[in-house]
Ligand binder design. Structure first.
Ligand SMILES: Cc1cc2nc3c(=O)[nH]c(=O)nc-3n(C[C@H](O)[C@H](O)[C@H](O)COP(=O)(O)OP(=O)(O)OC[C@H]3O[C@@H](n4cnc5c(N)ncnc54)[C@H](O)[C@@H]3O)c2cc1C
Ligand code: FES
Length: 279
């Protein structure tokens, strides 16, 4: 954390940028001093005179080239971030929150298969974890299954990464809700990929990120397939302001998601909260 205090952003230069889709842009920022973020955590990114937004870290600690964030333009702050050119300054506070526990021996990712399910830009908070899991598989560790759903082919992010993970031995499957001319791949919801993915549910762990409805149906389908609910992690988004557990804006039941999340176990309270929201 900066010596100036946790509410003061550090100014970091944009080192590189890439357009992912029509409204999604990836930025690589100068990494500020301090602890490297772990996959699943987020930073508060700000643009001077516009505001601040929670954006997940998309890189893994193994990667070089700067702090990677992928942003969908949905409003004033995210639009200004997506428009930030190389050399521009972006404010960074963080890293905040919980992570996917890829390296945690007490975490859900043990010796069984690792199943990662992403909906749309939900792949962004998972990208760093997948990179680490694929490296672990290459070193003789658990098999990795990456199942991705997008609304349409033009909305698929990280096409090069998906191809690289496949080449490195991960099982990668992609589906879209609606096909488009030239799309020869699968059409259907991401849950339709589960049945034929080929993972062994016994001992498997799952990491889910995407719209809440997608996570709810995916988690239920995984449990029905035999995955232990306590081995399922989900990433939840709420409006974040301080990021520090001070303001209460991110409250969900007893959780302050900036501190107790965004990555939380699905089993128990989160499962009940997600189900109640459905009614
Ligand atoms: C932990 C966490 C990680 C996130 N990671 C990413 C990421 O990696 N990439 C990314 O593009 N976005 C991410 N988001 C969402 C991002 O924070 C919001 O899109 C952003 O705050 C919108 O700000 P804005 O000023 O651009 O839009 P606003 O004008 O504030 O909002 C525009 C629209 O987006 C809705 N909105 C605002 N905040 C959220 C939110 N948190 N979740 C869902 N809808 C929201 C508003 O209701 C409104 O409809 C994350 C959010 C959280 C809490
Ligand atoms: S964002 Fe302030 S308490 Fe979580």
């Amino acid at each position: 954390m900066s010596a100036a205090g946790p509410l003061t952003p550090r100014l970091c230069r944009v080192l590189a940028r890439r357009r992912e889709t029509g409204d999604v842009t990836t930025l690589w920022l100068e990494a500020p001093e301090g602890p490297a973020p772990r996959p699943g955590q987020f930073n508060m990114l700000s643009v001077l005179g516009v505001g601040e937004a929670a954006i997940s870290v998309s890189g893994s600690p193994r990667e070089v080239g700067g702090l990677m964030h992928t942003v969908r333009d949905v409003g004033s702050v995210t639009r200004a971030l997506c428009a930030s050119e190389v050399g521009a300054l972006v404010g960074v506070r963080g890293p905040f929150g919980t992570d996917w526990r890829v390296d945690d021996p007490a975490g859900p990712l043990g010796r069984g298969d690792a199943v990662v399910v992403a909906g749309g830009i939900g792949l962004a908070p998972l990208r760093g974890a997948i990179d680490e899991l694929v490296a672990r598989q290459e070193a003789g560790g658990s098999r990795v299954f990456v199942l991705v759903g997008a609304r349409e082919p033009s909305q698929i992010v990280y096409g090069d990464d998906l191809a690289a993970w496949r080449t490195r031995g991960a099982h990668v499957a992609v589906t879209v809700d609606r096909g488009a001319p030239g799309w020869g791949g699968r059409v259907g919801l991401v849950t339709s990929l589960l049945e034929h993915a080929g993972f062994d549910p016994a001992g498997a762990a799952a990491l889910l990120c995407g719209p809440e409805v997608m996570m709810r149906f995916t988690a239920r389908a995984l449990v029905d397939a035999g995955v232990a609910p306590e081995r399922i992690l989900v990433s939840l988004e709420r409006n974040m302001q301080c990021g520090l557990g001070w303001c209460g804006h991110c409250q969900l039941g007893p959780f302050l998601l900036c501190r107790d999340g965004p990555v939380v176990p699905y089993a128990g309270l989160v499962e009940r909260i997600l189900t109640e929201r459905e009614r």
